[in-house]
Design a protein around this ligand. Structure first.
Ligand SMILES: [Zn+2]
Ligand SMILES: [Zn+2]
Length: 148
């Protein structure tokens, strides 16, 4: 198998969720290139998960952040917006749907969405809350409609 990063042959390879210019949604990489890539978490020694928009994030890093601050951040947003209001329907429905599946609280789901949105752009989660409240729109917290 040919490594798509350094171009050489390799016996062991990793599928990285890194989009390529040729339209491919993944990149095949040898172990050395995979571990040097932006889609590898050095803390957890794991390949990232790919997100819509070409972002890659470590699931374990997300989960640790959610365990530490998910509820708190979710509550912080919910305290500042009228979740029953029209513009927040999508966020409410999203949180309800995920909560049914994962048995987490809806504030924790919202907190997870805030954390993921923040990690994508390397911002502070509180900055994401500030933007969301200022825009009156939960759009940056929601998965794009076309993708799962
Ligand atoms: Zn390589
Ligand atoms: Zn990690």
């Amino acid at each position: 198998m040919k490594c798509e990063i350094h171009g050489g042959e390799s016996n062991s390879f990793y599928l990285l969720p890194i989009h390529q210019e040729n339209g491919s949604m993944i990149t095949i990489a040898c172990e050395a290139c995979a571990k040097k890539s932006s889609a590898y978490c050095k803390t957890h020694e794991e390949i990232h998960l790919g997100f819509a928009g070409g972002y890659t994030l470590c699931v374990k890093c997300i989960n640790e952040a959610v365990d530490a601050r998910g509820e708190e951040l979710g509550e912080l947003l919910v305290a500042q917006v009228d979740l029953d209001g029209f513009s927040w329907i999508d966020l409410r429905e999203y949180a309800e749907a995920v909560a049914k599946r994962t048995n987490e609280s809806e504030t924790r789901i919202i907190g997870r969405a805030i954390i993921v949105a923040a990690m994508k752009v390397e911002a502070d989660p509180k900055e994401i809350i500030r933007q969301t409240v200022a825009n009156g729109d939960p759009n940056i917290l929601l998965p794009p409609p076309m993708l799962c």
